[in-house]
Ligand binder design. Structure first.
Ligand code: SF4
Ligand SMILES: [Zn+2]
Length: 312
């Protein structure tokens, strides 16, 4: 039996945060995603500098690009203006804040109308939020925007012993309740699901739990799942790696889980290809395999595997 690692111990092991300006987004980019109705969406993704998330999940490294205190007045609006002046036209906008859009100290509800006005031309607006913070504020924001609202939530894993150990402070029932609530109110949902969270160290078992978690998300009415290979780098993950309680996934595992999840044909499945160099020890095929995953993200079909002639 593993002992739960508490928030104070998780934060105590952290390396330093990045220094950020609260009036500038820490990143923004233009990307493509598969559209829910078929075809491809042009997406403007804003990574807003925001207040740190109130949850302290074991595997999370998003806090690195967050601020300690509450947001200053007007900062979120200034960030959105800054990014939108520099991004091309798109149908979809993601307002990601490395935490919870509906945390009232991160994005002030009094700013919702001005945000809605700035993003009035977008057909779809995607924000991220913890399932336990999905309530009336989602509906208030939904009513203000012209586009369809989509909320991205971390399900992480449905493994009954591992989920409580992740310090997500959420049960699978909490996730289901949030997804059902949002769907009922015509808000789309997407789920983030982990490959190789801490304590799932056997490759086959880990793949199976990722797939079970994808199935659970779809059964809750989620429209799309993004599979995220868990990485080190947040302090506590280094400790878990040294003790053998976390094992990095391999590129083979990510490919297998992606192909099998796509074959469900229950909804969209994507894999997070950002910074996945740590999954591979073969420089010869890595780029091609990454490009294949990116193409599969867009096409939602399984393409022929890229052969590896190196040793793994
Ligand atoms: S809820 Fe999300 S942002 Fe917050 S600590 Fe957990 S993984 Fe990180
Ligand atoms: Zn290779």
């Amino acid at each position: 039996m593993h002992e739960k690692i508490h928030s104070e111990d998780i934060t105590g092991l952290r390396p330093a945060k990045n220094r950020l300006n609260p009036f500038l987004p820490y990143h923004y980019l233009h990307e493509q995603e598969p559209a829910l109705q078929g075809g491809t969406d042009e997406v403007n993704t804003l990574f807003l500098t925001s207040k740190e998330c109130i949850f302290k999940c074991l595997m999370c490294d998003l806090w690195k690009n967050t601020l300690d205190g509450a947001m200053p007045e007007g900062a979120v609006l200034a960030q959105i203006d800054f990014a939108l002046q520099r991004l091309p036209k798109a149908e979809v906008i993601k307002l990601y804040n490395n935490g919870n859009f509906f945390d009232t100290k991160a994005v002030f509800p009094t700013d919702y109308p001005a945000i809605a006005q700035r993003i009035a031309n977008y057909a779809r607006v995607i924000v991220e939020n913890h399932p336990k913070l999905c309530g009336d504020l989602c509906l208030r924001f939904r009513d203000l925007i012209n586009g369809k609202l989509e909320v991205a939530m971390g399900l992480e894993t449905i493994h009954p012993r591992v989920l409580p150990l992740l310090n997500k402070q959420m049960t699978t029932e909490d996730f289901k309740r949030a997804a059902v609530f949002l769907n009922k109110h015509e808000i789309d949902t997407r789920a983030f699901i982990l490959l190789n969270p801490p304590y799932l160290t056997d490759p086959d078992e880990s793949i199976n739990w990722t797939l079970k978690s994808v199935e659970f998300a779809f059964a809750c009415g989620v429209k799309r799942c993004t599979i995220i290979p868990v990485r080190r780098g947040n302090g506590v993950m280094e400790v878990l790696w040294k003790s053998g309680d976390y094992v990095p996934p391999s590129l083979d595992m990510l490919e297998e889980v992606f192909e099998r999840a796509l074959a469900f044909h229950r909804g969209q499945v994507m894999v997070d290809t950002w910074d996945i160099g740590f999954l591979s020890d073969c420089p010869d095929c890595f780029e091609k395999r990454k490009q294949r995953l990116e193409a599969m993200n867009l096409d939602q079909t399984i393409s022929p595997p890229v052969p590896c002639y190196g040793k793994h």
